[in-house]
Design a protein around this ligand. Structure first.
Ligand code: TZP
Ligand code: MG
Length: 211
């Protein structure tokens, strides 16, 4: 079986626990899954390894119930330790080929890429999917450099693996992506900051149909 079903890329939620109690954080993820989120990435930058693992295990219990893959941001060791379905690596994280050697051929590896060259390298090194952005300015990742939709399109055409768009996306601003052969969209705040993550997920899926 393929490691990654392309349909899983449709609505990719990257989590952010900032400012939330653990209970509310987990509840938001579950409600988003009810609304149709197809893939979840746990992304924690300030937690200890132990805390990252503990939270990851709790998120994994929820994603499993919905049959949705869980991806761990940055940390190959944490992903393996909790039996997550995958790991997501940026340009300053472990290179994809080294990660592939460590995790074997069962685990999904995603890579953040901002240029066609980075995309080709990630693909050659064994990535299963790409995240491309930030498309719009975002307060979730302040230091990120914007990626144009033209570059996003070039990346999608340059590699055979699915790519999704990330950065400042919400259900009202997806038109910019029209015509881009992306596999889906990826959001943090549009869901994590919503009072109603289930509706937010539904609205995003509906809006994404127009891309
Ligand atoms: N990588 C590029 S932009 C971004 C990441 C992790 C954050 C996107 O967050 P939001 O809240 O959906 O703009
Ligand atoms: Mg990273």
């Amino acid at each position: 079986m393929e490691r990654l079903d392309k349909d899983s890329m449709k609505l990719y939620l990257v989590t952010d626990s900032t400012g939330l109690t653990e209970a509310l954080f987990l509840e938001k993820i579950e409600r988003a899954l009810k609304g149709g989120v197809t893939m979840v990435q746990i992304r924690e930058k300030d937690k200890s390894t132990r805390e990252y693992m503990e939270l990851g295990k709790k998120v994994h219990e929820i994603t499993r119930k919905y049959g949705v893959p869980l991806i761990v941001d940055d940390r190959v060791d944490v992903a393996m330790a909790i039996g997550a379905e995958g790991v997501h690596l940026g340009q300053s994280d472990m290179p994809v080929d080294i990660a592939r050697m460590i995790v074997g051929d069962k685990m999904i590896i995603g890579a953040t890429t901002k240029t066609v060259e980075q995309a080709k390298i990630a693909c050659e090194q064994g990535a299963d999917y790409l995240g491309v952005g930030a498309i719009y300015p975002t307060t979730t990742k302040v230091k990120t450099v914007l990626t144009s939709v033209d570059t996003l399109k070039d990346i999608c055409r340059a590699v055979p693996i699915p790519a999704n768009a990330i950065g400042g996306l919400n259900s009202s601003n997806l038109q910019i992506l029209k015509g881009a052969p992306i596999a889906g969209i990826c959001v943090v705040s549009a869901i994590m900051k919503s009072e109603d993550p289930e509706k937010a997920a539904r609205d995003l899926l509906e809006a994404a149909k127009t891309i």
